[in-house]
Design a protein around this ligand. Structure first.
Ligand code: ATP
Ligand code: MG
Length: 252
């Protein structure tokens, strides 16, 4: 049984079909990438999975339990926690206090919450700035703080919505390492990301949405060579670049 089962999920806003009969599984312990062009329906699907939206039709199962009609707080309590594409830390609080808020949601004692928060700050490489005010942080840190705060709630499934957008290449590398570290600790991840090189290096499987429809699902290598994915999203240039870098690596 998969940790998360997305079954024929359709989400309509009036006549606009943001998710159209989408189905896939997220296996326990895996990292699944969710990609697609702007407006493909990735964030909408996150909102459905995490209980912020109730899908127009279809079903969502988390740990075998039907969560389709559950409110967001109940889904989070069950262990499926998401970050937001637009980060909004508690600006007037320190980095540590922001993460403590997440830890307290777990119902931890003050002592335990501090222990959890410190651990999450360490996992997200934020210990050094734990005393800084969250409001003034550059975007790279804010994205990581968002991740640490979600992590502090003790999720089994962590859903990251464009956690790498706006980051420098060094920060992207760090984010990739953080995700790999979380997977090693047994956390399952569903990751929305536009940075293909990053998603390819972390994902066990990639699901591609276009216009609300799932157009491909498979191993990263399969997906990037899929004609439909190239046409809808990656573009021929990306594929050629990828082939070229492969060729170079193989020959070298
Ligand atoms: N609350 C809403 N009300 C009406 N339309 C919405 C709502 N949320 C999303 N949409 C529409 O649904 C479609 C999918 O949007 P969504 O934000 O899920 O795309 P996305 O894949 O996350 O895109 P991006 O890569 O730009 O973040 C878009 O056409 C969007 O305008
Ligand atoms: Mg989005």
């Amino acid at each position: 049984m998969a940790l998360l089962e997305v079954r024929n999920v359709t989400m309509k806003f009036g006549s606009l079909v943001a998710n159209d009969d989408v189905s896939f599984d997220v296996e326990k312990g895996s990292v699944v990438g969710l990609i697609g062009p702007n407006g493909a329906g990735k964030t909408t699907l996150f909102n459905c999975i995490s209980g912020f939206y109730k899908p127009t039709s279809g079903k969502l199962f988390f740990r075998g339990q039907d969560v389709t009609d559950m409110p967001a707080y109940a889904v989070a309590r069950l262990g499926a926690v998401r970050t937001f594409q637009v980060v909004h830390p508690l600006k007037e609080m320190t980095v540590l206090d922001n993460v403590l808020v997440g830890a307290f949601l777990r119902g931890a004692s003050a002592e335990k919450a501090h222990e959890v928060a410190r651990e999450c700050l360490s996992l997200c490489q934020l210990e050094e700035i734990s005393d800084r005010m969250a409001g003034g942080l550059p975007i790279g840190y804010k994205k990581r703080l968002e991740m640490a705060r979600a992590l502090a709630t003790g999720p089994e499934l962590l859903m990251l919505d464009e956690g790498m957008a706006g980051l420098t290449s060094t920060e992207i590398k760090a984010a990739v390492e953080i995700i790999k570290g979380l997977q090693k600790r047994g956390i399952t991840l569903l990751v929305v990301e536009h940075i293909m090189e990053a998603i390819m290096s972390v994902a066990d499987k990639i699901v591609v949405l276009d216009g609300g429809v799932k157009i491909a699902e498979g191993a990263p290598q399969e997906v990037v060579n899929d004609e439909r994915v190239i046409t809808a999203y990656l573009g021929a240039k990306f594929s050629q670049r990828l082939q070229a870098s492969r060729g170079g690596a193989n020959n070298g």
